[in-house]
Design a protein around this ligand. Structure first.
Ligand code: KG4
Ligand code: ZN
Length: 329
């Protein structure tokens, strides 16, 4: 089965063609990052306008790279939410038009399920599975007792971890997006600044806003002799301790065969190390981290989950709309 998947939930215009759920025939991502960089973050109105300009070209390029015509496509998958309403809308209209014109099924997808199923490109997923979702908009522990069955065990009470990386980078005067910048800078730092440990009432929830305030206070207190590398190191260690501790609590509480990492922050080099270290404590557990090309937003991951969604009977009518706050189905 060949699925053409479209992803426009934030600032990447992306189209991919995926065969049988895990073979990538093409995967085109047109990033707007250089435009948004000038503003220090994504400007939603600008993002949706650029999606309108780019979507047809990205679609043509995906077909050209796969050396296919649209008649060879069996279904169209689209990110329905969560994300920026204007951005989601552009992809949804494109997918609906294609599905209607070519009379093929439309498969609406929850963006985060795409991040989770990106791990299909590495190995066959086993259940029960636990996913640590770490992106710019989400930080969650998601339990899949069975295939395509999503239960949120814990989520962030305030900022998402990617958002915390980006905000901390901004107050440290680093360019947008801040995640990769802090990742690089932290490698040059050492344990020097102490940042507080976070407390949440649900042991599987996360919180990052206190950490962000503590970074700001450290900057203000050390105005003249701030060591940015040491601060990046302290922030990163504190943020990743929070992620790993909560993950371990979930692994100790639930029956889990397979653990996967998911979302843009999965590109973080230190987090990838820390996740692989879990093997020491859980030798029976299969641990998968997504390939670097599939961590930040792309449409291949949407195609990967869409094949599963299709088997589970998920179809979209032509009256579905973009949903910025979409829940797991
Ligand atoms: O999944 P994603 O592309 O977008 C959402 O679905 O939200 O994730 C983007 C986030 C940004 O906050 C970015 O700073 C973060 O992923 N990120 C990183 C790294 N690469 C991207 N954070 C930490 N370390 C990285 N190497
Ligand atoms: Zn994402």
């Amino acid at each position: 089965m060949r699925i053409l998947a479209i992803e426009t939930s934030c600032d990447e215009t992306a189209v991919a063609i995926i065969e049988n759920g895990n073979t990538v025939l093409s995967n085109i991502v047109s990033s707007q990052i250089n435009i948004h960089k000038a503003f220090g973050g994504v400007i939603p109105e600008v993002a949706s306008r650029i999606h309108v300009e780019n979507i047809s070209y990205v679609l043509e390029e995906a077909l050209r790279k796969a050396d296919l015509t649209i008649d060879a496509i069996d279904a169209f998958a689209i990110t329905q939410g969560p994300g920026l309403i204007g951005s989601l809308h552009v992809g949804l209209i494109a997918a609906k038009t294609l599905a209607w014109y070519y009379q093929k099924p439309l498969i609406p997808i929850h963006h985060i399920t795409g991040h989770i199923y990106a791990n299909r490109f590495v190995e066959t997923l086993q259940y029960p599975m636990l996913a640590l979702v770490v992106s710019g908009g989400h930080t969650e522990l998601v339990y899949l007792k069975e295939e395509f069955d999503f239960q949120v065990l814990g989520s962030t009470q305030d900022d998402a971890v990617g958002e915390a990386y980006d905000k901390v980078a901004r107050v440290m005067g680093l360019p947008y997006p801040g995640g990769p910048e802090i990742d690089k800078l932290a490698k040059l730092g050492k344990a020097h600044y102490r940042l507080p440990k976070v407390k949440t009432s649900n042991p599987l929830d996360f919180s990052f806003s206190g950490l962000k305030s503590a970074v700001l206070q450290t900057i203000q207190r050390n105005k003249d002799d701030l060591n940015k590398a040491d601060l990046a190191y302290a922030f990163q260690e504190a943020a990743l301790n929070e992620l790993i501790e909560k993950t371990r609590s979930a692994l100790d509480t639930y029956v889990v065969k397979h653990f996967v990492l998911a979302g843009g922050v999965a590109a973080n080099s230190r987090l990838r190390e820390r996740v692989l270290e879990l093997k020491k404590y859980y030798p029976e557990l299969t641990i998968t981290i997504p390939p670097m090309w599939c961590c930040t937003d792309n449409a291949a991951m949407i195609g990967a989950v869409a094949e599963v969604a299709y088997r589970h009977g998920i179809r979209g009518n032509l009256d579905i709309s973009a949903d910025p706050g979409l829940e797991y189905s």
